[in-house]
Design a protein around this ligand. Structure first.
Ligand code: GLN
Length: 309
């Protein structure tokens, strides 16, 4: 989608420069102890266009934990394994002003699939004979969607979160007590945390974004890999709920359906054009990468990527 490749690259480089002004702001997440061990100055930008062309800058080979961006894959899987009605009678579709790991939005249903309560609910909808089979299915799905053999499982991140995840454990038990699922609460929690602990780089995530931007069709063969219904649902939920309690503001300022994770990555999808992944670990108070959200805002403006104007 580079009509004028050199000009586009110059614009992107200028946008990166402008966004790095924000690199002094924010803090690396530390509530999962292992996440604090990253290099705060790491920076990567990968853009994959629907015609297969790529732009990569910085630490684009660096593996980081996918964290909340796994919620996108979990939702794709749940929609694959269940009907749309079955999914949305368990989890709502509405944005929330509460923190991503809040217990508050749980009444009888979690606010949306992209906060923890919603994603833990969604984890209970993944089919498989046991925890390992369920996890292997989502792990293989990420490999398939990114078309990469570099996807890994980050054992240290997993252990670190499992040891400290009292809040998510509470959410899982609370959901079970509300009969939103009847499976073992520890097992559902475990599947959710395992998915957050998948290791990936910015380019492989941008590939998943490009696939969504391409209506779920493989960029080379045109074969449908994600159903049109799933693409429609995932992108609309990314637009309305993907940036936690800043989702409305982000949509207003940036106009790109996006999903962020506390490792510092943000995945943006511009339908018909490209998938974009920015990685920069320092976060704002909502848990969104500071450089990441600013770079997406600048790119949206400079490359004319806003889906509304
Ligand atoms: N594993 C993290 C958690 O559950 C993911 C949250 C996030 O990326 N916002 O707390």
């Amino acid at each position: 989608m580079f009509t004028n490749k050199e000009k586009t690259i110059k614009i992107i480089e200028k946008s990166i420069e402008k966004s790095l002004v924000y690199s002094n702001e924010g803090e690396v997440a530390s509530y999962i102890p292992e996440l604090a061990n990253v290099n705060p100055t790491d920076f990567a930008l990968s853009i994959v266009y629907v015609d297969g062309q790529e732009y990569k800058f910085g630490d684009y080979n660096k593996i980081f934990s996918i964290q909340s961006i796994s919620k996108v894959i979990l939702l794709i899987m749940a929609l694959n394994d269940n009907s749309i009605n079955e999914v949305f009678e368990k989890v709502d579709t509405e944005p929330t002003k509460y923190k991503f790991n809040s217990l508050i939005p749980i009444d009888n249903i979690a606010a949306n699939p992209f906060i923890n309560a919603g994603a833990i609910t969604i984890s209970s909808l993944i089919k498989g004979k046991d925890l390992n089979e369920k996890f292997n299915r989502t792990f293989d799905k990420i490999k398939k969607l990114s078309n990469s053999d570099k996807i890994s499982f980050l054992e240290e991140i997993y252990k670190s979160e499992m040891d400290t995840t009292d809040v998510n454990r509470s959410i899982s038990y609370y959901l079970r007590s509300k009969k939103i699922f009847s499976l073992d609460a520890e097992e559902v929690l475990d599947l959710y945390i395992r998915n957050c602990s998948i290791g990936i780089n910015s380019t492989d995530l941008a590939h998943i974004g490009a696939l969504l931007a391409n209506g779920g069709k493989d960029l080379e063969s045109g074969v449908e890999i994600i159903s049109k219904d799933s693409v429609r649902i995932v992108l609309s939920q990314m637009a309305s709920c993907g940036m936690y309690e800043e989702s409305g503001r982000f949509l207003l300022e940036v106009g790109i359906p996006s999903k962020s994770g506390v490792s510092g990555a943000i995945l943006g999808v511009v339908p018909g054009k490209c998938g974009i992944c920015v990685y920069s670990p320092k976060l704002d108070k909502s848990g969104n990468s500071v450089v990441g959200k600013n770079l997406l805002k600048i790119l949206s403006n400079d490359l004319d990527l806003n889906i509304f104007v």
